[in-house]
Design a protein around this ligand. Structure first.
Ligand SMILES: [Zn+2]
Length: 254
């Protein structure tokens, strides 16, 4: 059975296991564009409104941090909900009817759910965030602040650039080799025609399972953004004016 479903009418991808339990979740497809430089006259609020209509989100609150490829995670609560969350690449909350979002173009959007403690998270893990092990920072914060058990935590990795298309030069390959000495890193790097192809999704899965997340609780879409750039924004395909996809997760009131 497929782990995720693409709804071409609504222009979103959703994860079945989350939807089945009434957790609102989405990874948006074209023509949704959550970048700040759309070529049409719409603005980002129009995009949010269209998405809320699509998902039927009964709230004004979509919280998106000001992402800077950091390893920083913040907890959203009633006291800080109107903050900007600058320099932040992941959010966690136990609040209902508050959607956590990140914008993405090739980077991994990692949705997190603890069904036992009813905690959600949304992490932006580009290759820099992956090297900083931002997903590990998120699950540790869930343990510390909400008493989550790693055995309960579920991870959902949205479409992102996969090994087929994530081509880097030697300098980036060296960064990965230095950081992930604790993994059998060579299995995630392919060397071809003087270039390196890195499986950053495989690396995140490996560090998460090593930390204590159950293998069966890590679900990936297995969709490459660059290979599917007709439907999904991709930085590697579209360059510096690339649009942005949005990933989103929300606990319903019920
Ligand atoms: Zn690809």
């Amino acid at each position: 059975m497929e782990d995720c479903k693409i709804n071409l009418n609504k222009k979103i991808l959703t994860f079945n296991k989350l939807s089945d339990r009434n957790i609102i979740n989405a990874f948006t497809l074209r023509p949704f564009d959550f970048s700040n430089k759309r070529d049409d006259s719409s603005n980002i609020d129009d995009e949010y409104k269209a998405l809320k209509d699509t998902l039927g989100i009964p709230t004004k609150r979509i919280i998106k941090p000001v992402q800077k490829h950091t390893g920083n995670i913040e907890i959203v609560d009633e006291t800080n909900i109107n903050n900007r969350f600058d320099n932040t690449d992941g959010l966690i909350t136990n609040l209902k009817n508050v959607a956590l979002a990140t914008s993405l173009a090739d980077c991994q959007g990692i949705l997190i759910y603890d069904p036992n403690k009813r905690i959600i998270g949304n992490v932006h893990s580009g290759w820099r965030g992956t090297v900083k092990r931002i997903a590990i920072n998120a699950i540790h914060l869930m343990e510390e602040r909400f008493d989550s058990s790693l055995a309960d935590i579920e991870i959902y990795i949205c479409p992102s650039i996969l090994r087929c298309c994530f081509e880097v030069d030697k300098d980036v390959e060296i960064l990965f080799k230095n950081e992930f000495k604790d993994l059998n890193i060579d299995q995630f790097i392919e060397h071809k025609n003087k270039k390196y192809y890195i499986d950053t999704v495989g690396i995140n899965k490996a560090v998460l399972t090593k930390e204590g997340i159950k293998r069966e609780n890590i679900i990936t879409s297995n969709i490459c953004t660059k290979c599917n750039s007709d439907k999904i924004h991709s930085y590697r395909a579209d360059g510096k004016n690339a649009g942005r996809n949005l990933s989103l997760i929300m606990l319903n009131e019920t």
